[in-house]
Design a protein around this ligand. Structure first.
Ligand SMILES: [Zn+2]
Length: 44
């Protein structure tokens, strides 16, 4: 899921799955379709 967040008066779009941030919503949506992350996880 892509969430909208504001930082330094700029709107960012963040992929909730992996935490990547985009300044363009369409880029974020595109990434979301390809994101292979399954929620926040850490290498054990
Ligand atoms: Zn992602």
């Amino acid at each position: 899921m892509v969430v909208q967040t504001q930082r330094d008066e700029t709107i960012w779009y963040k992929c909730e799955e992996c935490g990547l941030m985009f300044d363009d919503q369409s880029d974020a949506r595109k990434h979301e379709g390809n994101c292979e992350a399954e929620g926040p996880s850490y290498i054990q």
